[in-house]
Design a protein around this ligand. Structure first.
Ligand code: 5GP
Length: 217
């Protein structure tokens, strides 16, 4: 139906050469290729906003932005939902709330999910919640977050994920709205980081081996 798994980027997709786009010179040598240019992210996000409007129009929602990696996608998605709300008869009254997770060191998932500054989300009771995440890998993080949020008894939970990685993950844990399905490679940019670097890069790129070494901690 065109909205199931998002745009599929195949394993043999070499990406675009960096020379074809502009990017900050401080990252030259640190990335191998552009896997999703910024403009394509924006175009896909516009369509996801419409799918969300079609499903949830006229419902109040609480947008739960998963920091830090999700801030750019969340901001752009909310912007497009706002544009639809002011240009059509259907609208989505939105509140935006932030939750901060940490599970990665270097390019490895650490076993335990930390909800930083975990707070009382009891205001979610009876609400429609849209969780907005940048990337789903194994799905462990999303599963843990769903369990956490469910405990506050919202009326409905939907998940929007910009990227889903093709790793052997639990398919029961796929987002309802997916931007792109990508190969199992470590990606950075568009707020996705490697040890806090690369958030200031607008395209989604594949980090190079030397980039991994340079910013390793
Ligand atoms: P999961 O629990 O699904 O394996 O991992 C999800 C989390 O790992 C994401 O929320 C994200 O923080 C991080 N992650 C997984 N893959 C990548 C990646 O390719 N790049 C970046 N920057 N983070 C990733």
């Amino acid at each position: 139906d065109g909205r199931s798994g998002g745009i599929v980027i195949k394993d043999d997709w070499p990406g675009y050469s960096l020379d074809l786009f502009s990017y900050p010179a401080h990252y030259s040598g640190d990335i191998d290729c552009v896997i999703i240019p910024h403009g394509v992210i924006m175009d896909r996000t516009e369509r996801l906003a419409r799918n969300i409007m079609d499903d949830l129009g006229d419902h109040d929602i609480v947008v739960l932005c998963v920091l830090k990696g999700g801030y750019q996608f969340c901001a752009d998605l909310v912007e497009r939902i706002k544009a639809l709300s002011r240009n059509s008869n259907r609208t989505i009254p939105m509140r935006v709330h932030f939750i901060r997770l940490k599970s990665y060191l270097n390019d490895q998932s650490t076993e335990d999910l930390h909800i930083l500054g975990a707070e009382d989300l009891s205001f979610l009771a009876g609400k429609n919640v849209l969780i907005v995440e940048a990337i789903v890998g194994t799905g462990k993080t999303m599963k843990a977050l769903l369990n956490y949020v469910e405990a506050f008894r919202p009326k409905m939970i939907k998940v929007a994920g910009l990227l889903v990685k093709r790793v052997p993950h639990n398919s029961a844990c796929l987002p309802d709205y997916v931007g792109f399905e990508i190969p199992d490679r470590f990606v950075v940019g568009y707020a996705l980081d490697y040890n806090e670097y690369f958030r200031d890069l607008n395209h989604i790129c594949v980090i190079s081996e030397s980039g991994k070494m340079k910013y390793k901690i």
